[in-house]
Design a binder for this molecule. Structure first.
Ligand SMILES: [Fe+2]
Ligand SMILES: [Fe+2]
Length: 345
């Protein structure tokens, strides 16, 4: 008899560990906190981690297939690189780095949208039972926990506020609200706007429930963003830990490490739910059966190609635009840009 608990309530999945000391970032109460040994504890993980592990074990035992995954080196490293970012800071041009941190925080805030995802009746969409799986819990706490982690909840800051706090600690409150808005308008004009990028409006599988295909597209894209973001975390931690170049005695880098820790359950539940779908048989509206390997395989492959292709390029363009904007008003701007480009690995 399998004693591992796979059914969890909404409230259980949102439950946090008690913490000894809450996390404050730039005077704002944020989620998570520290245990009695001073270790950071991610929010809403008291049951979410054991649940994800249980669904993973259950899936491996049932299907014996590997978990869907993709290597971090699928994507090039961060742009600008650590060396290029430090060069800008040393040259007295912090604005592109400030803009980058603001952009990351803003995009994290969009994560709250996930709670509005349309989730169809999943059991109707699959041949095999789905109760007690990760996918069964998407609308039963997993998406809500994810939304709260990214955008904060009630009086508690989430990643959006934590990135802004990291920026404000490192650069000593560099922006007013108006400046932030102007910067974001400019950046998203270069990049084509949040959520832009090529995407087929035509469903790949017209016979499969449209909401389900849409849900899979969003999960695949989100997982690719979550995994590739580890390059950004490594970059930000290294740049913000340089106490010669930024303020705050390394506190901003610590803040980024807390955010990074919170991302791990996002990556794991998304990998798990996509794998659960891949291992099952889709029931199309005509009653036809479509192997999950085909549905998930085709969507994942296209989303992966977009992520390393058009999406990556549009992000580099957006960041590049900010760097050129900051340098163009400087008398030695052209020389600095040439030196910056020479530092590209
Ligand atoms: Fe996040
Ligand atoms: Fe995340």
């Amino acid at each position: 008899m399998n004693a591992v608990q796979v059914d969890w309530s909404y409230d259980e999945l949102l439950e946090s560990h008690p913490v000894e000391e809450p996390l404050f970032a730039g005077g704002v109460r944020c989620h998570g906190g520290f245990d009695s040994d001073g270790n950071y504890v991610s929010p809403r993980t008291k049951n979410r981690w054991p649940a994800i592990r249980a669904w993973q074990e259950q899936r491996a035992a049932q299907f014996g297939t590997p978990l869907l995954d993709i290597a971090l080196d699928t994507w090039p490293g961060a742009y600008p690189s650590v060396a290029q970012a430090k060069f800008l800071l040393r040259s007295g041009v912090p604005d592109p780095i400030i803009a980058r941190l603001t952009q990351i925080g803003t995009v994290e805030g969009f994560g709250s949208m996930i709670r509005y995802s349309q989730i169809p009746d999943l059991q109707r969409c699959f041949d095999e039972p789905v109760q007690g799986t990760g996918m069964w819990h998407l609308g039963r706490g997993l998406y809500e926990a994810h939304a709260r982690d990214e955008a904060g909840y009630k009086g508690e800051g989430g990643h959006k506020q934590m990135w802004f706090a990291a920026r404000d600690i490192a650069f000593e409150h560099p922006l007013t609200e108006d400046q932030t808005q102007t910067m974001m308008d400019r950046m998203f004009a270069y990049g084509g706007g949040p959520g832009s990028g090529s995407s087929s409006l035509e469903p790949f599988f017209p016979d499969v429930d449209y909401d389900l295909e849409f849900l899979i597209w969003s999960m695949a894209r989100l997982l690719l963003i979550e995994i590739s973001a580890f390059h950004i975390f490594a970059w930000a931690e290294e740049v913000l830990a340089d106490t010669d170049l930024v303020a705050g005695d390394g506190e901003a880098a610590h803040m980024v490490s807390y955010i990074r820790a919170d991302e791990a359950p996002h990556v794991e539940y998304l990998k798990t739910t996509l794998s659960e779908m891949r291992d099952r048989t889709f029931v199309a509206s005509s009653g036809a059966r479509v192997p999950g390997t085909e549905v998930i395989g085709r969507i994942w492959e296209r989303a992966r190609a977009e992520s390393v292709g058009t999406r990556h390029e549009s992000n580099v363009r957006l960041v590049r635009g900010e760097i050129e904007h900051a340098l163009e008003s400087r008398p030695n701007g052209k020389d600095l840009l040439a030196e910056f480009d020479n530092l590209a690995a």
